[in-house]
Design a binder for this molecule. Structure first.
Ligand code: HEC
Length: 361
């Protein structure tokens, strides 16, 4: 699992020329942080973060999982130093909107520290698969709580993001850092990559609509895009506000494309046939950072990752009403939500190192 991260490191160094200029505040633990934390990415990546002690501990474990050579005996001093000098930034409070829908939220915490669960994939047998972005691929069986480890299949696994199968069994994925969209034919093993027309557009959430057309959102721009499966030609749809940064995508049975606008705190809907866009401000406000989302029939569910604690939000397009709930563990940034075959929703709780299942009642 070292290779994908080596790529990520290279991207950081190239993208951050000012990294030598950061001066860390004095205090116990400073030497350990300078020694361990400035080699792969700019130290600004550390100094611009703001976490609680618990979150810093998780962050250090994530860094160990991608190759940082931190000794076990160094961790406590680093956590204390980081939490003192780069404490959690103030976050807007969660806004709970009451309503008629009822849900139960169950959470599990995964055994490998700092694995950063990113993309959950519930399957028909009741198991919950997820990609541990910072460690490995794993499988959780909610019935028993048992977790199995699986190695990533190597050649296809170099920095894939959010893989999704289409109706012909082709696997489509976005490559955020490389600015690509790709397809993998599992039968032949053939992989095709197409560059996104917009530079640094950071292709992110991807889904296939009912007509088997892959759609994704560009987190580095204000665009939604689709691809012609035969010609691999990409079509981009610009969202009305240039400041939009759509991060995740959901598609309703009418083939409307929904997105969470992470930068502006909006929920949006694009009609690809007409190009028309509708937007609704998320209940938690402009800094609520709507992120992981899914469509449950016509109803949209998503999470606000910028409010504390994170919320689960429901939006019914028929009534145009929101409802929201607090995620008990705080959520720690719900990067992805997936609907299981049995109708439950699986959530990756990346910052608190867990996964959750949401059941409607
Ligand atoms: C072996 C390489 C490596 C080392 C050493 C390293 N990091 Fe990182 N770090 C990464 C990579 C890769 C990412 C990018 C993760 C992403 O956002 O995809 C990252 C991202 C981060 C982030 C942003 C996390 C987020 O959720 O977006 C923080 C904070 C951070 N590192 C802190 C540290 C600290 C503290 C140390 C010292 C213990 C450290 N890093 C050492 C590879 C490294």
């Amino acid at each position: 699992m070292k290779r994908p991260h080596a790529m990520a490191c290279a991207a950081f160094i190239l993208g951050t020329p000012a990294w030598a200029q950061i001066t860390l505040p004095d205090g116990p633990g400073k030497e350990l942080v300078s020694k361990n934390c400035g080699t792969c990415h700019a130290m600004s990546r550390v100094t611009e973060a703001g976490y609680t002690a618990e979150e810093w501990r998780n962050s250090i474990h994530m860094m160990k999982n991608v190759g940082a050579t931190v000794q076990a005996g160094e961790i406590d001093a680093m956590v204390a130093y980081l939490a003192k000098n780069f404490p959690a930034k103030p976050r807007p409070a969660a806004v709970v909107v009451p309503g008629d829908a009822r849900v139960s939220i169950r959470e599990w915490f995964v055994p490998t520290a700092g694995s950063r669960p990113h993309d959950p994939l519930p399957t028909a047998d009741g198991a919950l698969w997820y990609t541990g972005q910072f460690s490995n691929v794993r499988k959780l069986n909610p019935a028993t709580g048992a977790v199995t480890e699986y190695a990533m299949p190597d050649p296809a696994a170099r920095d894939p993001h959010t893989p999704i199968f289409d109706r012909d069994g082709i696997l489509w994925f976005t490559v955020q850092a490389g600015n690509f969209v790709g397809r993998l034919d599992p039968k032949s093993g053939e992989v095709k990559l197409v560059p996104s027309p917009t530079p640094r557009s950071r292709p992110y959430g991807i889904l296939v609509n009912l007509k088997n057309v892959p759609f994704w959102v560009e987190f580095g721009s204000n665009k939604v895009a689709s691809i012609d499966r035969d010609t691999m030609a990409i079509r981009e749809y610009a969202l009305p506000d240039p400041a939009s940064r759509p991060r995740r995508i959901a598609i309703t049975p009418d083939d409307a494309v929904w997105y969470t606008d992470y930068a502006r705190g909006y929920l949006g809907r694009l009609n690809p046939a007409t190009g028309l866009v509708d937007e609704w401000p998320s209940p938690g406000g402009p800094k609520s950072q709507p992120y992981g989302m899914l469509a449950d029939g016509e109803v949209i569910w998503y999470s606000e990752s910028g409010v504390k604690p994170n919320t689960l939000v429901r939006f019914d397009p028929r009534t145009q009403r929101f409802q929201s709930w607090i995620i008990p563990s705080g959520g720690g940034v719900v990067r992805h939500m997936v609907r299981a075959p049995d109708g439950k929703f699986a959530l990756a709780l990346s910052g608190v190192n867990g996964v959750a299942l949401v059941e409607k009642q």
